[in-house]
Design a protein around this ligand. Structure first.
Ligand code: PDD
Length: 277
């Protein structure tokens, strides 16, 4: 497997990363996951634009342009012969002896990336998943796709230990998003999802779904909703780059609607499938 490590296309064995990398010390960096279908990057411009925004929100300058990052991603897909899979790319603030404040002597951010084969999660997409609601103990800048994922990791683990595939964050009595996904309900034909704000990550898949709703004439309400409203939804689903549109059939052990993936969810899945190569 060929990786992109700090300016070079190289193997994992020749990996040279500093113990002083601020990614290790502080999770001081940002990342993206981009899906690959049939050897092509999906919504790459949107992902790398968001990476730039994440970096600028943490006052970090990425040493490559968005186009150069896309070219690096494409090269990784090509040399690793990935057909269906994804790119993982992260940028840390760089290596410097451990102090919290930014390094006094400017360091160059460190970019690492790989392409990996990963099939579409078709059985979840078909049959749906169970989810568990958990308290959202994250910070107030969830709009930044940062490497600091401890609260997300703990939430996902808690969900897994309860036999669920995803955790749904609830903050101050309102449903936010999943631990690594966005969350949507459908009630009486209306799609409801938390508005893009500092409290959620504005998913690229979320934005694709909202665009599809617009094209398909499905009414959308971007507003916060409570766990009680969530339990009473006719349909529920999560979205992410890797999960695509995954129906939720059980929330906190309560069946959603009929207990089977809903009609609007299915229509959106079909429309989504037509977007991908
Ligand atoms: N996670 N919300 C959170 C907290 C996420 O981590 C993600 C993505 C999303 C969905 O965003 P998108 O549709 O752009 O993938 C929402 C990625 C896939 C991950 O961490 O692996």
């Amino acid at each position: 497997t060929t990786y992109f490590i700090d300016g070079q296309f190289t193997s994992k064995d020749s990996l040279k990363l500093s113990i002083d990398d601020r990614g290790y010390y502080f999770g001081d960096g940002v990342y993206e996951v981009v899906k690959v279908y049939d050897g092509e990057l999906f919504t790459a411009e949107e992902h790398f634009a968001r990476l730039s925004q994440s970096a600028s929100k943490i006052k970090m300058a990425i040493p490559y342009s968005e186009q150069q990052l896309i070219d690096i991603a494409k090269e990784l897909v090509k040399v690793n012969e990935v057909k269906t899979g994804h790119i993982y790319l992260q940028v840390t603030r760089g290596a410097s002896p451990r102090v919290h404040q930014f390094p006094e002597l400017a360091v160059t951010p460190v970019v690492t990336a790989y392409a990996i084969h990963n099939p579409r999660p078709l059985s979840n997409i078909e049959g749906g998943i169970s989810v568990k609601s958990v308290e959202d103990v994250r910070w107030l800048r969830c709009d930044i796709k940062s490497l600091n994922l401890l609260a997300n990791v703990l939430a996902k683990q808690e969900a897994y230990e309860s036999g669920c595939a995803e955790a749904i964050f609830v903050r101050d009595g309102f449903v936010m998003e999943g631990s690594s996904s966005n969350a949507f309900g459908v009630k009486n034909g209306v799609l409801i999802t938390h508005p893009a704000s500092n409290l959620i990550l504005n998913g690229i898949t979320r934005q694709v779904v909202l665009k599809l709703c617009n094209e398909m004439g499905i009414p959308v309400e971007e507003r916060a909703f409570t766990p009680e409203e969530m339990y009473a939804m006719d349909e529920f689903f999560i979205t992410s780059t890797t999960a695509e549109i995954t129906p939720v059939v059980l929330i906190d052990e309560k069946p959603v609607g009929t207990g089977k993936p809903g009609e609007i969810t299915r229509k959106l899945q079909e429309a989504f499938a037509r977007q991908i190569p």
